[in-house]
Write a protein that binds this ligand. Structure first.
Ligand code: G3P
Length: 231
């Protein structure tokens, strides 16, 4: 499962990319608004220049005609742009047209297998089930991810599932087990994924044990001809 960052924050995106583990970014109008009143095009272009993979950015139009017009413009901004289109009837119509023009679509705000079926039929490259928002209303968000993954696999369809609306690290584990191609995670969750108290305790103990015997001898300082002195 690949990891995308679900944010429009440049600092967080740079950090994720520096770590070498982030291969894409997803944004939406709410996430962009969190960054203040920015120049949208400039921000998206900057994100696209940092990220070594797909960058999803959303249209605001409500009708297919407007969505298509917006998507055509947005698609010119960078080679790695993916246009987010909502999983409603107008969105299906727009997705069908855009995919025939080789504009990559992320079929977003997807909450059911039926919506995913139509998105895949229209040619969407990515389908984004929103796990957390389904959990919020007492449904099993991850079950929808499992169902969509199985459906795409069964019919050998090329669309990739992006597990979205990820709220915590358990969601990441469950998305990986469900076979999601991608999980798009908030920066905070990404940082939490690596944390384990036993790792921190282990590192501390290794250093204490070393220092008890070796004093302040450093590994690099004690290297000669690529060999540890005394090894
Ligand atoms: O990837 C979709 C995501 O941005 C929505 O997350 O937490 O607003 O449901 P959330």
């Amino acid at each position: 499962m690949r990891l995308f960052l679900d944010t429009a924050n440049i600092g967080h995106i740079r950090h994720g990319v520096e770590l070498g583990i982030i291969s894409g970014v997803t944004t939406n109008p709410s996430l962009v608004s969190k960054e203040g009143k920015v120049n949208y095009q400039k921000l998206v272009k900057e994100i696209c220049s940092i990220v070594p993979g797909p960058v999803s950015t959303e249209v605001l139009s409500q009708d297919a005609h407007g969505m298509i017009a917006e998507a055509r413009e947005i698609a010119k901004w960078a080679g790695n742009i993916v246009v987010k289109i909502p999983a409603n009837l107008e969105g299906v119509k727009a997705t069908s047209v855009l995919c025939k023009e080789n504009i990559k679509v992320n079929f977003t705000l997807c909450f059911s297998l039926n919506q995913a079926l139509l998105g895949a039929a229209a040619g969407a490259a990515f389908i984004s089930p929103f796990v957390g928002r389904l959990d919020d209303i007492g449904e099993d968000g991850m079950k929808v991810v499992v169902d969509i993954v199985q459906f795409l696999d069964y019919y050998q369809l090329p669309a990739q599932v992006i597990a979205a609306s990820i709220r915590h690290t358990q969601h990441c584990i469950m998305a990986a087990k469900a076979g999601a191609h991608i999980a798009t995670v908030p920066y905070k969750v990404l940082l939490q994924m690596i944390q384990h108290p036993l790792t921190d305790i282990g590192v501390k103990r290794f250093i204490q044990d070393w220092e008890k015997v070796m004093g302040d001898q450093k590994v690099i300082g004690s290297m000669k001809n690529n060999r540890l002195v005394g090894s």
